[in-house]
Design a protein around this ligand. Structure first.
Ligand SMILES: Cc1cc2nc3c(=O)[nH]c(=O)nc-3n(C[C@H](O)[C@H](O)[C@H](O)COP(=O)(O)OP(=O)(O)OC[C@H]3O[C@@H](n4cnc5c(N)ncnc54)[C@H](O)[C@@H]3O)c2cc1C
Length: 381
């Protein structure tokens, strides 16, 4: 399998690196301290095509392949991990829409998403149901030709900023086949939200959402009734590799900074990089990060060639966030006392990247998916 990037992809990477250095990295810490998303960020991301990557050109998007989307995620996260949630949410929600929505619905929802005018949220998790999402309990109660949504969701990234949400609710019996997907106007007066006070990714935050009879019609349902759970799981099968690259982008940036520091910082009369006890752990993490990148890109190129990416994507989801946490931790230790200061981005990178050991499914759930493929479905719990 060839993982070489085309000249066009390399040019896009170079443009993103410049954009990240100028427009994103300078705000990484300040946005964390302020615990808010800069209002101008979605338009800036859209200006680089990053909110429309997976959206067809006829709806104003870039029609980028999955590999290019992963490359963009990796590059943006090097500069500002949190801005990349805008890319991720748009790509994931677009994927769900393209799999099930009608042409009329696509024309309604995709163009403003691509232009960065509407920020999307993926609204799946509930206070009592996270990993076991097939048994979610948000009720879609019949109301005329539509439904009213009643219940609570939580842990929704960008939940305080999103204009639309891909919301998963129960229209049918208990279990996966009773779950349907709706695109919901998040400004509906029957929907209220409260912000969570998080350890990391504070610039984009998470929210709890309260649905007090939010009205949705057949025109808001994506795909057939009972198709919602399958749609989101199909989306996860590929977005997990994009998430892997988000985390590995942060790990690479932290390791690069640590290597620079190891060349300059002196102890016992010589650069600390000359001590193998310091250099070898960095080499070991650089090796593993490189291997994990290949796994992510394998999943994305499978997706591009119409093959099932589930095994490498879920391998990437359990491995890449954990590996990145460990690599960033090692980078932090390389800086000694300087790594403990908030002047150095390494501590924030560590807090931020831990979140994606949980978000979009924990390591255990990703391993369950892989086990199902390796052992056979009859071994699924
Ligand atoms: C940074 C971040 C961003 C997020 N963004 C979103 C978002 O945008 N939209 C959204 O809907 N949700 C989001 N989430 C929620 C996330 O998807 C859930 O937290 C996750 O799926 C786990 O669910 P839970 O927290 O309810 O844990 P639980 O399901 O209660 O699990 C608790 C622990 O038990 C383990 N466990 C559960 N079942 C099994 C099993 N069968 N075998 C072994 N171990 C098991 C889990 O791995 C975990 O360690 C986000 C979470 C975080 C931290």
């Amino acid at each position: 399998m060839d993982f070489g990037f085309t000249d066009e992809q390399e040019a896009f990477r170079a443009a993103l690196r410049e954009f990240g250095a100028k427009e994103l990295a300078p705000h990484y810490r300040a946005d964390d301290v302020a615990a808010r998303m800069r209002p101008e960020l979605p338009a800036a991301m859209a200006g680089m095509g990053l909110t429309g990557l997976r959206i067809p050109e006829r709806f104003g998007g870039q029609d980028a392949d999955a590999v290019t989307t992963g490359l963009a995620a990796e590059e943006i996260s090097r500069a500002d991990f949190n801005s990349c949630y805008l890319l991720l949410n748009s790509a994931l929600v677009a994927e769900i829409l393209l799999a099930g929505a009608t042409e009329e619905q696509l024309s309604r929802w995709l163009p403003p998403l691509a232009r960065g005018e509407t920020v999307p949220a993926l609204v799946l998790t509930e206070p009592d149901r996270g990993s076991d999402a097939a048994h979610l309990g948000l009720r879609a109660e019949p109301d005329g030709d539509g439904w009213r949504l009643v219940g609570e969701k939580t842990s929704i990234s960008l939940g305080m900023y999103a204009h639309v949400g891909a919301v998963f609710a129960r229209t049918g019996p208990e279990g996966a086949r009773g779950v349907s997907a709706f695109m919901v106007d998040m400004t509906d007066p029957a929907l209220s939200r409260t912000a969570l006070d998080d350890l990391g990714s504070r610039a984009i935050g998470r929210a709890s959402l309260y649905f007090d009879g939010v009205r949705v019609g057949p025109e808001d349902m994506v795909g057939e009734a009972g198709e919602g759970f399958r749609a989101v799981m199909r989306g996860f099968d590929y977005s997990r590799a994009v998430i892997g690259l988000m985390c590995l982008g942060v790990a690479s940036a932290a390791l690069d900074d640590a290597l620079d520091y190891a060349r300059e910082r002196e102890a016992f009369g010589q650069p600390i990089g000359r001590f193998q006890g310091l250099a070898f752990p960095l080499v070991e993490f650089a090796t593993q990060v490189r291997a994990a990148r290949h796994l992510c890109y394998e999943a994305l190129s499978l997706k591009d060639s119409g093959k099932d990416p589930a095994v490498p994507a879920n391998m990437a989801k359990w491995w890449a966030p954990k590996l990145s946490v460990d690599a960033v931790h090692q980078a932090l230790l390389t800086f000694g006392h300087a790594g403990w200061s908030t002047d150095n981005p390494v501590g924030q990178r560590l807090r931020d990247v831990i979140g994606l050991e949980i978000g979009d499914g924990t390591a255990q759930i990703a391993k369950l998916v892989v086990a199902r493929h390796l052992l056979g479905r009859e071994y699924a719990p």
